[in-house]
Design a protein around this ligand. Sequence first.
Ligand code: IMP
Ligand code: MG
Length: 177
Amino acid sequence: MDSSSVPQILIERQQVQLAVEKLASEIGQDYQERDLVLVCVLKGAFVFTSDLARLLENLSLEVDFIGLSSYCNNRESSGEVKITQPLSCSIKGRDVLVVEDIVDTGITTRFLLDYLAKEKPASLKLCALLDKTSRRQTAINIDYKGLEVPDKFIVGYGLDCAEKYRHLPDICFLEDK
Ligand code: IMP
Ligand code: MG
């Protein structure tokens, strides 16, 4: 197993787009008349966030970014999460929606939600495009969930393997070699 395997399509781009539209419609309804801070978790959520944010054109929205790293350029989580880039805005007293690419073991998301909660936002919710439930190690409530994926290594639509494949438009998986 390495990053040179050929990615196989798991979810076609049209299906991904439908899932993003469904999430945007739910979020759009829930956050009408409110000021929302969308927190994009770098790097993996950058494609998802850009598609999602543009479907929320009727909301009062601020998009910010936080850099987290929990994978050391391979497929196994180190279990240790680091903030590689802090938020650039204050979230104190504000409505915050974290945008994640995938919740796998849940360790990264748990760390992030606990970290952001200390800043005392008015509300803190989670939107994740992909959910790999079978690998969960810590309970995570996903308020806005896109698609469930099997226990395969996913790449494309922002997700990488050793920094490759983020640019693929479909959600793919890497075959075990
Ligand atoms: P977790 O802490 O195990 O839930 O995973 C945290 C992060 O690891 C995710 O936000 C992704 O950036 C990355 N990750 C987890 N599973 C995959 C995968 O299948 N492909 C690519 N990245 C993944
Ligand atoms: Mg991520």
